[in-house]
Design a protein around this ligand. Sequence first.
Ligand code: GDP
Length: 309
Amino acid sequence: MKEDYYVILAGGVGAAKLIEGLAHVIKPELLKIIINTGDDIELFGLKICPDLDIITYTLANLVDKEKGWGFIDESFNCLTILKKYYDSGWFNIGDKDLATHIYRTDLFKQGFSKAEITKLICHNLGVKSHLIPMTNESVETYIYTPSKSMHFEEYFIKHQCKPKVLKIEFRGIEKATPVNNVLNYIKKAKKIIICPSNPIVSIGTILQVKGIKEALSNVKDRVFGISPIIEGATVKGPADKLMNCIGLEISCLGVANFYKEFLGNFIIDIKDCFFKPKVEELGINTYCFDTLMVDLRKKIELAQYVINL
Ligand code: GDP
């Protein structure tokens, strides 16, 4: 008999922490991870997929755990010369990381799809989970600021999320369809787990891919989310600024409101437990747990908790 599997919706660093924990409590083969590709960018003629790579390197046990992205024991020699040739030297490409982007770009040129390339990269790096880009089509997140509009990665890395955000746009999203079978995976999964990721530019992007939100709404009682907002603040990254831009309260309640159409169950941080009645008023079963994953033990404890619920 086929074993039950879990579908995971993921962004980058926040998601990778939970996924590392999940891979310790259930067989990695049972994880089907749908990953945001709105951060994908082409630089130096290379196709770069930041969130796919973070999750891949994490599950391959090759990630730099301090930074949460890139390879462990990385060097940046190539980047020092790239900076002499290009203005886009603000993007931190490590020497080992470069190999992934060269391989991916080569396969793209040969006509492989993003999903096929992801599978090959995972296979070669020994990743047993099934990593799936949210779509094969190109989607790029753009941030509008008072001075100009820019790719999310430029806002995030070059400008350190400092400019005021006026508007967020997912370019290409209207043509984005899910990769084969993804809607069916959601329908049949034992649980669907929404990682503590940026609700707007990581999970929010995935939700806008055709059919995903509806598929989740149909299995609402099996959808489990974990709040990325603790005590009214992000652990890291610009989720607060982006939530503010679209008029959401910066709290676990704000996230719950954003997800309420399809979220049956929500784990909020123990420090936010006073929000439980308000979140439950939205028709969402709410649980309080220590969700700050500061080390492997915390990652495993949270993963075990969501699996046991
Ligand atoms: P990025 O690519 O790193 O921006 O990120 P993600 O899409 O993975 O999301 C970052 C979000 O994850 C932020 O809103 C953080 O607050 C949240 N996050 C990061 N680490 C943790 C954690 O240990 N616990 C919880 N609850 N949220 C976290």
